[in-house]
Design a binder for this molecule. Structure first.
Ligand code: ZN
Length: 349
């Protein structure tokens, strides 16, 4: 069986900020020392999957054999890639409804890499996100990494290299995707969406253009921004309580938004702290327009404020906890927000 089972393989694509990674790959290719295993790493939202897809297509492209590494888009191999049916490309990602990549998936893939190529060229496998391999899946890769079959390439794609065993990392050639500058990102977003990019949205995504593009669609970011301002405004004005709000944020439908809410809170609280320390409202940059938020107390306890920021970040890294633990943690976080930024206790009575 050689058909690919993954339906969501991205089309090969190079984005402007992939240039240094592409240079690295082309230099190695021209010198006939293309790595047999690549750890392609970089933050979320930078198009690493598209880049991995391009690298695979280029390694398999018939014109790359005798010349520079490229994806011609015209040869039989490139056409098979475009049709999603290249028999020498193996794309491994978590099976439907699963969070992890299993040892069976990896074993099947490594088995295929040791066989003869269907098209008498390279065989390439991609594992993404590589940090979602189980420990035994990662361990079962070691032999392939140490004794690679000639003309086989393995690409591990990850935004969290620390989530991979050191033994796997050290046996791969590292290829790092760096994000664009904010000017480049804003320019790229303008070209892609045909609209002016919101600098706030880029700040929100940590300058990750693909994520920004996704959140700009259908006004998703605007809705989140307004929703957060409204719910915090109501909380701080005493018109809703922490238990109610925590429950709202953790319903089945709302839960996927939780990481975004926490990122929003992180940026907002940091912005409040920056403005309070600098004594200037100009330093308050996020959200840029805050019609729904009440004005904050004149004197703020800065260290308590930063303790809340720490609480937000801790919660962000623990979102996989049980529903009850999560809801309690959100409640406790909102309590802290209220304590630090709400009206003074005397006024609350
Ligand atoms: Zn080609």
């Amino acid at each position: 069986m050689a058909e690919e089972t993954v339906s969501s393989i991205p089309a090969p694509r190079i984005l402007p900020w992939h240039a240094s990674a592409i240079d690295q790959a082309r230099t190695a290719w021209s010198a006939s020392r293309f790595p047999h295993a690549i750890l392609l790493q970089g933050a979320e939202g930078l198009g690493k999957r598209q880049l991995a897809s391009w690298l695979v297509a280029a390694v398999l492209c018939e014109t790359s054999g005798a010349g520079p590494l490229q994806f011609c888009g015209k040869c039989a191999s490139c056409q098979l890639i475009a049709a999603g049916s290249h028999p020498d490309r193996y794309w491994i990602d978590p099976e439907e409804d699963k969070q992890q990549i299993s040892v069976d998936q990896i074993r099947e893939m490594t088995g295929r890499l040791t066989q003869t190529s269907y098209r008498h060229g390279y065989k390439v496998a991609i594992v993404e996100p590589a940090h979602q391999m189980t420990i035994s899946a990662a361990n079962s890769l070691l032999k392939t990494l140490e004794e690679p079959t000639p003309r086989s390439v393995l690409i591990l794609v990850t935004s969290r290299p620390s989530g991979l065993p050191a033994t796997v990392r050290s046996r791969c050639q590292k290829m790092v995707v760096h994000g664009p500058s904010s000017t480049e990102a804003i320019e790229w977003l303008r070209q892609e969406s045909g609209a002016e990019a919101d600098p706030q949205l880029l700040e929100f995504t940590g300058n990750a253009p693909l994520r920004a593009l996704e959140l700009a669609q259908e006004g998703r970011f605007d809705a989140l921004n307004e929703g957060m301002q409204k719910s915090l405004g109501q909380l701080l004005a005493g018109r809703s309580d922490v238990t109610q709000l925590a429950a709202e944020w953790d319903t089945k439908d709302a839960k996927p938004q939780l990481p975004y809410r926490l990122t929003w809170l992180d940026l907002w609280l940091t912005s409040v702290a920056r403005a309070a320390i600098g004594g200037s409202a100009d330093l308050f940059t996020f959200p840029a327009r805050s019609p729904h938020l009440p004005s904050l107390p004149a004197a703020l306890n800065i260290s308590a404020l930063y303790a809340v920021v720490d609480q937000v970040r801790a919660l962000k890294s623990q979102l996989t906890r049980t529903a009850l633990q999560r809801e309690l943690a959100i409640e406790s976080l909102l309590h802290s927000v209220l304590q630090v930024l709400g009206p003074a206790p005397a006024a609350r009575r």
